[in-house]
Every structure is written in structure tokens, then in C-alpha cells.
Design a protein around this ligand. Structure first.
Ligand code: EPU
Length: 302
């Protein structure tokens, strides 16, 4: 979609918003799949209510993009524009055991930065690609930990109320790969409280998690991490593997040979290929195990 209205285009510089015409979502997502649309880069949180009022007033549909690492975007010309936060410098500010982090900060870099200042707890998240905002919205977790456990405050733009709010940790529910945020809430910043730990000890934990991840996940390949959530008490990856589906392909979309819940783009896969592979695998798991797998990856296809 193109922003055609000159009134919107003229208002953007005052709002510290940069317009990037015809951005390719394939270049902004770890799966390297997705069509094109106009992208607005937001440099100042405070301009968001004004920007969104402007877009709503002119009827411009929009979606919020984080790091694009857990996202499958449809092909071709997209029917909405994309909003993305630009990362401020610095994007992490430490005070005692608290880390004030911008949602646009890179998750891995944030974990490493805190570790260097003897703040731990998030070792499991090392190697998880994406932004802090994306991790927060999904309550990203790995190796027995989840980011939600450390959240004390969240600065969020609430689309329903059309304003920026600060929520306390207790006001948010963090569940397995799910939070109580509304789908159109936009994460802006988070305050984490992290346990003190010597850097050397944190580094050891990071090394162990890295090693486990390297040995079980297709890290060098284009993927969106796990495609399905694990059903209660079971492993989606193991079920898909047991059905012998590693290597199953639709075009260049392929079930990873290393981890069956990772679907990789082995070349020039389209969203259509990837969606067909997802529904094919889902169907086979349903008929073999009577289990309805739920998507873990976020799908923007309409
Ligand atoms: N397994 C197989 N075959 C496979 C994959 C896994 O038999 O192809 C078996 C493993 O041997 C193991 C069990 O299934 O016994 C579980 O596998 P794994 O330890 O790899 O964990 P997972 O449940 O598949 C979850 C998260 C990952 C996270 C890891 C490590 C979900 C959907 N996945 O994977 O998160 O990195 O644990 O904590 O919760 C993600 O969210 O995108 C993601 C990759």
C-alpha cells in the first residue's frame, strides 16, 4: 500500500517519522518472505498518538513490526502500511538491578549488555533473534525461563484508549508464548528487574544455552523459529519428526532436517508455499495424533 494523501506525507517530518516507500518485508523478516508496502519509522514515542490519529482519520490501515523474527508475511502488494520504532541511543539504561530498555532494542544485545554489568537471569534468551518489544509481546522464553518473569513496568501505546500508558508488571498476564496485551497495543519500552550475578557465571550459562541451541536448531537458515506452539505436555517438533516429515517441502518452504518445528526458506519460498506446508503438516498431525497444533509464528496474510 502507498500513502497517497499529501496531507499525511507533509505531516510526517514534524512528527519525527521517516517514510520509506515500497519497503520489502522479505528484507525485514528472518524468513525472508513477504511483499511490499510503505513503512513509517518512528523516532519519538510521544508522536505516536498524533501519528495514529492521523492514519485513522484518513483511513490508512497499519500494523506494528518489531524485529520480524517470528513473522510470516503474505506475498505481493500488501493492504496495509507498516510502523516500526527506530532504536534510540542508548537503548538500555541501567540503574541498580533495573534495566530500562527501549522496545526497539535488539534482544540478544540487551541480554549481553546486562550480563557485562553483572545482571543475569536471561541467559536462555541469548540466540533468540528479534527485538525486546517482540519478545515482550510474545513472552519469549527458552530453557526454562521467560522474559515476563523480570518485567516490572511496560510503556505501551494502547490503541483502544489512543494514549501511552505505563503498566505495572502485575497488571499484565504472562503465559506460555502469550500475554494479555491487545493485538493493537504497541510495546514502547520496558523496565526489567534482573538478579545480580557475576559476568563469568552468566557467560557460562550463555555458553551452555548457545551450545544446546546450535546442536538442535537450524541457526544459519532463514526461519521464524518454531512454527507451532507445543501442545500441553507434548512437543510439536517431536510429533512432526515422528511422522517422518523432516525435509517435507512445498516449493522452497521446507521442514528443517535439524528441528521439525522449524520450517525454513531454503531459497525463494513464497508465503503461499510456507502456508501450504504449515497446513499440510497441521493436517497430518491432526489425523495421526488428534491434536490441533496452534501457530506460534504470527501470520500477516490478510
Ligand atoms: N525433538 C525431536 N525431533 C525434533 C525436534 C525435537 O524428537 O525434530 C524432541 C527433542 O529431542 C526433545 C523434545 O522434542 O526431546 C523437545 O525439543 P526441544 O528441546 O528442541 O524443545 P522444543 O519444545 O521443540 C522449545 C521452544 C523453543 C525453545 C526450546 C528451548 C516452543 C514451541 N519451542 O522447543 O522456542 O528454543 O524449547 O527451550 O515452545 C520458539 O519459540 O520459536 C522456539 C524455537
Amino acid at each position: 500500500m502507498r500513502i497517497e494523501d499529501p496531507k499525511i506525507v507533509a505531516a510526517l517530518p514534524e512528527l519525527s517519522v521517516e517514510l520509506r516507500r515500497a519497503s520489502s518485508l522479505a528484507e525485514l523478516t528472518s524468513l525472508a518472505i513477504g511483499g511490499t508496502t510503505d513503512l513509517l519509522r518512528i523516532r519519538d514515542h510521544e508522536s505516536i498518538p498524533g501519528l495514529l490519529s492521523l492514519l485513522d482519520y484518513h483511513g490508512v490501515p497499519h500494523r506494528f513490526l518489531g524485529g520480524g523474527s517470528n513473522l510470516l508475511v503474505g506475498d505481493g502488494e500488501l493492504l496495509w502500511i507498516v510502523l516500526q520504532l527506530a532504536s534510540p541511543d542508548p537503548d538500555v539504561v541501567l540503574e541498580g538491578n533495573f534495566a530500562q530498555v527501549d522496545a526497539a532494542a535488539d534482544l540478544g544485545r540487551m541480554v549481553t549488555y546486562c550480563a557485562k554489568h553483572d545482571l543475569g537471569g536471561m541467559e536462555g534468551l541469548i540466540g533468540v533473534p528479534g527485538t525486546v518489544g517482540g519478545a515482550l509481546r510474545m513472552n519469549a522464553g527458552a530453557y526454562g525461563m521467560q522474559i515476563g518473569s523480570y518485567v516490572r513496568e511496560v510503556k505501551v501505546y494502547r490503541a483502544a484508549a489512543r494514549r501511552i500508558e505505563i503498566l505495572r508488571g502485575e497488571q499484565i498476564s504472562f503465559e506460555y508464548r502469550h500475554t494479555s496485551f491487545a493485538p493493537d497495543d504497541m510495546m514502547l519500552a520496558v523496565k526489567l528487574e534482573l538478579p545480580s550475578k557475576p559476568y563469568k557465571e552468566i557467560l557460562q550459562g550463555i555458553r551452555i544455552c548457545n551450545e544446546k541451541r546450535r546442536s538442535s536448531q537450524p541457526l544459519g537458515q532463514k526461519s521464524a523459529g518454531c512454527i507451532f506452539k507445543n501442545p500441553p505436555g507434548a512437543s510439536a517438533g517431536r510429533m512432526i519428526d515422528e511422522l517422518g516429515l523432516k525435509g517435507l517441502s512445498v516449493g522452497d518452504a521446507r521442514v528443517s532436517d535439524r528441528h521439525a518445528n522449524f520450517f525454513v526458506n531454503a531459497g525463494k519460498a513464497s508465503a503461499k508455499d510456507m502456508l501450504a506446508l504449515i497446513s499440510n503438516v497441521r493436517e497430518r498431525v491432526r489425523s495421526a495424533f488428534s491434536v490441533e497444533l496452534e501457530h506460534e509464528v504470527v501470520i500477516w496474510n490478510a
